[in-house]
Design a protein around this ligand. Structure first.
Ligand SMILES: CC(C)(COP(=O)(O)OP(=O)(O)OC[C@H]1O[C@@H](n2cnc3c(N)ncnc32)[C@H](O)[C@@H]1OP(=O)(O)O)[C@@H](O)C(=O)NCCC(=O)NCCS
Length: 117
């Protein structure tokens, strides 16, 4: 049963500014090591980080306030074919379906939560 949906949009320039201002501290507060392992500095570096931030916020909206989670409890990873997926560090009784897009200015993510049967 679908229990929630969430969407979020992040401005790439804002993500870039936060990272340049607060550096690794900011990155460590938001992202897990596993999430960063295939994201390399380059043309879409800030886009991909902003997209993951948007994805985490979209997941939080989709699961509502039912599970109190921090951004780092939510892992946004990619399958071998590039498709994003979400897993949790805590025990959460939900499957998440996720979609991400990013361009020069904005990143957008949409998440759908389904109760595990
Ligand atoms: C996967 C695809 C749709 C991504 O679209 P895009 O416009 O290049 O890029 P977007 O910014 O919208 O989306 C990028 C995100 O899509 C997601 N993505 C990548 N592969 C995916 C897949 N197989 N399934 C679902 N999502 C995927 C990723 O999350 C990616 O972001 P990330 O790398 O930071 O995680 C595109 O690369 C693709 O394969 N298109 C098919 C085109 C095609 O076959 N055309 C010919 C027929 S018209």
């Amino acid at each position: 049963m679908i229990t929630g949906v969430g969407v979020d949009m992040v401005k790439i320039a804002k993500m870039e500014k936060s990272i340049k201002r607060f550096g690794q501290d900011f990155i460590d507060r938001v992202f897990n090591e596993e999430e960063l392992k295939n994201i390399f500095p380059g043309k879409v570096y800030y886009q991909r980080l902003a997209a993951r931030f948007a994805a985490k916020e979209a997941v939080i909206k989709a699961i509502s306030k039912k599970f109190p989670l921090s951004l780092k409890d939510i892992l946004i990873l990619n399958k071998e074919n590039g498709a994003p997926f979400c897993i949790f560090k805590k025990d959460v009784d939900l499957n998440i379906f996720l979609s991400i897009t990013h361009i020069e200015d904005y990143a957008v993510a949409c998440a759908v939560a389904e109760k595990k049967s």
